[in-house]
Design a protein around this ligand. Structure first.
Ligand code: NAP
Ligand code: ZN
Ligand code: ZN
Length: 352
């Protein structure tokens, strides 16, 4: 076994603290990765508060992982020690169902294996995430990192990047599209950068007046304060697509009315209470309300390569693992510019 140092939530809603556990010895197709950087996703916060009701404790969160390969099983072909590697939200799936065969492992009909808060398919042990010193993952779920990008700022691409890239591709966003992004946090700022890079006209909706200048710098053509009903009305029935990244309950109806006929609004956020949706804006205009979940492994690699070609990374605030509980408090106040990334070297201060 391989000893791992980490920070874990001992129980739902408890603060994270140092935790030691063992990773498995590498199986033939496994890659052993020393973790250098791990992004902090709002999903980590939902999970440690057990808002999705599937928590397993102690829980080591973290699914935006960039590290260095330190060992490989004897069947591994694509990775070798010394190379940078990434791991996102999934570490396995059934690999046989129609979704897996199509490269849509996130929709595996038997349920994908999450990087944490899940169970290993072979031995049933709990999976533990990236707020840790080392991880062991089958190479089919390990990503290559473009070598021209700063590794720390690549980490958030493994969840926030793919989660926004995938729906923009699926709904064929490109030049001529008018796209709205609701919420300027980790997902929102990547949606802005990517929709802009795809050539769309992008409107950022925010509740934070202080983020206006940043939104313009990150790729918005227009910024709208979502509590300004006159400004909202100016955009009525003009959007092809709206990507909603908000992590808390909020009114969807105000945005549905901004879609053109046949326009789509796609939800990415997953608050613990369901939204109230009025049928009116959907019926009048045949508008659609949809959802999207991360992206498949091949598409995640495609996104990373796209970001490499276009020089796109996340805007990050690097923190030490000892600051994680405070970082969560700031995330709850929508005060992140625009993704926290943990420098895993900081683990050595108290646990390695
Ligand atoms: P985040 O960094 O905390 O950003 C969320 C943003 O939502 C905030 O910055 C804020 O933007 C806005 N917001 C927060 N509370 C609000 C409220 N009460 N009313 C209106 N706006 C509010 O979170 P994130 O990491 O981007 O994650 C966002 C959501 O996506 C979470 O629910 C997360 O679990 C989910 N998620 C889903 C997937 C998927 O596959 N679908 C993947 C990853 C994450 P402004 O300050 O601009 O208003
Ligand atoms: Zn995430
Ligand atoms: Zn499957």
């Amino acid at each position: 076994m391989i000893p791992a140092a980490s920070y874990a939530a001992p129980a739902a809603r408890a603060p994270l603290g140092p935790y030691h556990f063992q990773r498995r010895d590498p199986r033939p197709s496994d890659v052993v990765i020393e973790i250098l950087w791990c992004g902090v996703c709002h999903s980590d916060l939902h999970q440690i508060r057990d808002e999705w009701g599937q928590g397993q404790f102690p829980m080591v969160p973290g699914h935006e992982i960039v590290g260095r390969v330190i060992d490989t099983g004897h069947d591994v072909k694509g990775f070798s020690p010394g190379q940078l590697a990434g791991v996102g939200c999934m570490v396995d799936s059934c690999r046989e169902c129609p979704s897996c065969r199509e490269g849509l492992e996130q929709f595996c009909e038997k349920g994908f294996t999450g990087t944490y808060a899940s169970k290993d398919r072979q031995d049933g042990t709990p999976t533990q995430g990236g707020y840790s010193s080392v991880i062991v993952v089958d190479e089919a779920f390990v990503l290559r990192i473009p070598d021209n990008l700063e590794p720390a700022a690549v980490a958030p691409l493994l969840c926030a990047g793919i989660t926004t890239y995938s729906p923009l591709k699926h709904w064929k966003i490109g030049p001529g599209s008018k796209v709205g992004v609701v919420g300027l946090g980790g997902l929102g700022h990547m949606a802005l950068k990517l929709a802009h890079a795809f050539g769309a006209q992008v409107v950022q909706f925010t509740t934070s007046p202080s983020k206006r200048d940043d939104a313009m710098r990150l790729g918005a053509d227009i910024v709208v304060m979502s509590n300004d009903s006159a400004a909202m009305k100016e955009h009525a029935a003009t959007f092809d697509f709206i990507l909603d990244t908000v992590s808390a309950p909020h009114d969807l109806n105000a945005y549905l009315q901004l879609l053109k006929r046949d326009g789509t609004m796609t939800l990415l956020g997953l608050p613990d209470t369901p939204p109230t949706v009025h049928g009116g804006p959907l019926l009048f205009g045949r508008r659609q309300l949809a959802g999207s979940l991360i992206g498949g492994i091949a598409e995640t690699q495609e996104m990373l390569d796209f970001c490499g070609q276009h020089g796109i990374v996340s805007d990050i605030e690097v923190i030490a693992i000892q600051d994680i509980n405070e970082a969560y408090e700031r995330m709850l106040r929508s005060d992140v510019k625009y993704r926290f990334v943990i420098d895993m070297a900081s683990l050595s201060k108290d646990t390695r």
